[in-house]
Write a protein that binds this ligand. Structure first.
Ligand SMILES: Cc1cc2nc3c(=O)[nH]c(=O)nc-3n(C[C@H](O)[C@H](O)[C@H](O)COP(=O)(O)OP(=O)(O)OC[C@H]3O[C@@H](n4cnc5c(N)ncnc54)[C@H](O)[C@@H]3O)c2cc1C
Length: 434
């Protein structure tokens, strides 16, 4: 096979963005992807049986994020704002507009006074040691574990502060046709610019020397290039050599490997349940709650699968359940059917309906256990107190030959997002083109 200028390993948002920018600048680019599809943690279902455009991975655009919105505009892909009510179910009671954590202002005030980085657990124990703050601490830990999918004993408070200050809840969008529309655009543009994408090519080894790389796949295919962009999930790069999905560098890149290990990668299980009707909008639910849940978007609870959302403002009989952080990690080896049962039990507890009744109404379901996926091995990155130092190492190319890209390489406020992945891909291409 002819030698490429650049091989990109990984056809997720970051790898494709890097390949797109490089191919458009005239580089001969080859993308190698382990799975039989592009997109990585962007995975829109196209099933005819299932709700069209349901997202197993990324679903929302979390704010007016420049790189994402610019790309959507270039691609002519439209997007629409999501809207709806936030509900909470706790101790048998439904409360509206309860998305906000009680004591949040005090939390932010204390966070703003932090000068030196520490973990969330240490910060809470130092600033909120009084027993009266137990509920606040519990809610904040649950939020960091649920939303950021992080381990609270490792996640950096300075990073959380940056993210929480930058949160733009007013501007949240869904992409028309699903996030896959963006991936399809990138793939088409890469090919139009002469780039090649090979699927089912799990990379096992990167042999490199100055301006010369050989990439060896599980089937012993060899691809050659002058430079390589490693656009893999942090979970894969942190895996031990014997884990499926893992790959090695020859010669080893010790400094980078150590830097990668010091970063944080969360855990997530996302459950999609499609019913034959919108039972949460019906009269039985209205009677139970005392109010209509017709415009419900998010529902937060203390159930095993604690967070749920609808497709609001659209009225579609699809509920999405979300379990993040340490509990998702604990369940990584649970069979899908058991996770489905837990999800139905959570809904049964919330909506006071039997599991059997819910099962009868269930038309289709998907359990996306990303932590168990060998080519992802988790959710997305969260910053630890060591992340800043790690990134100093990883953003420096190795002999102008090996470059790293991926959502975990991003330093802005939208950590763990598609924006983070696209920005990293774009940045690495710019760095290579300089
Ligand atoms: C359940 C879930 C929900 C999310 N929701 C949102 C959301 O609503 N909004 C948002 O902005 N972000 C969300 N995210 C985060 C977002 O999906 C990711 O940050 C982003 O897609 C990551 O892109 P990436 O290119 O860095 O990595 P990936 O998309 O993971 O791409 C890496 C690619 O490398 C491939 N690969 C792995 N190992 C190998 C190997 N050995 N050889 C070759 N290829 C390999 C993988 O198969 C994959 O295709 C969510 C993520 C998850 C898991």
């Amino acid at each position: 096979m002819e030698k490429s200028d650049v091989i990109v390993i990984g056809a997720g948002a970051s790898g494709l963005m890097a390949a797109y920018s490089l191919a458009q600048a005239g580089k001969k680019v080859t993308v190698l992807e382990a799975c039989n599809r592009t997109g990585g943690r962007i995975y829109t279902l196209g099933d005819t049986l299932f709700f069209k455009h349901a997202e197993l991975g990324a679903e929302f655009v979390h704010g007016n994020l420049p790189v994402t919105l610019n790309l959507l505009q270039k691609a002519g892909i439209s997007y629409s704002a999501i809207s709806g009510d936030m509900w909470q179910y706790r101790n048998g009671t439904f409360t509206k507009d309860a998305g906000m954590i009680e004591g949040w202002d005090l939390l932010m005030k204390k966070l703003n006074s932090v000068k030196e980085d520490t973990t969330l657990d240490d910060f809470l124990d130092t600033h909120f040691y009084d027993m009266k703050y137990e509920d606040l601490k519990d809610s904040v830990r649950r939020y960091a574990a649920g939303y950021d999918t992080s381990d609270t004993s490792r996640v950096s408070v300075l990073a959380l502060r940056r993210e929480w200050q930058g949160e733009d809840e007013e501007h949240q969008y869904r992409i028309e046709g699903g996030y896959c529309a963006m991936i399809q655009y990138l793939v088409a543009e890469i090919k139009n610019s002469g780039g090649e994408i090979f699927l089912n090519q799990p990379v096992k080894e990167i042999q490199w020397q100055h301006n010369d790389v050989s990439i060896i796949t599980a089937d012993r295919n060899i691809y050659k290039a002058e430079q390589v962009v490693v656009a893999l999930p942090l979970g894969v790069l942190q895996a031990s050599p014997d884990d499926s999905g893992a790959l090695s560098f020859t010669p080893p890149v010790k400094e980078q490997t150590q830097a990668l290990q010091k970063m944080g990668f969360g855990a997530i299980i996302k459950v999609l349940l499609q019913f034959d009707n919108l039972f949460w909008e019906d009269e039985v639910t209205e009677e139970l709650v005392g109010k209509s849940l017709k415009d419900m978007l998010f529902l937060f609870s203390d159930e095993q699968i604690p967070t749920w959302w609808t497709q609001a403002p659209a009225h579609v009989p699809l509920l999405t359940g979300w379990l993040g952080g340490a509990p998702a990690n604990k369940w990584r080896n649970k069979p899908e059917t058991e996770i489905l049962d837990e999800a139905l039990q959570s809904l049964s507890n919330i909506f006071n309906r039997s599991v059997d009744a819910l099962k009868e109404q269930l038309v289709a379901w998907h359990v996306a256990n990303w932590t168990a996926e060998p080519y992802t091995r988790g959710s997305y990155a969260y910053d630890t107190v060591d992340t800043v130092e790690s990134l100093k190492v990883l953003t420096k190319p190795i002999e102008n030959t090996v470059f790293f890209a991926g959502e975990y390489m991003y330093t802005g406020p939208a950590m763990g997002t598609v924006e983070a992945a696209l920005t990293s891909g774009q940045d690495v291409a710019e760095q290579m083109l300089k």
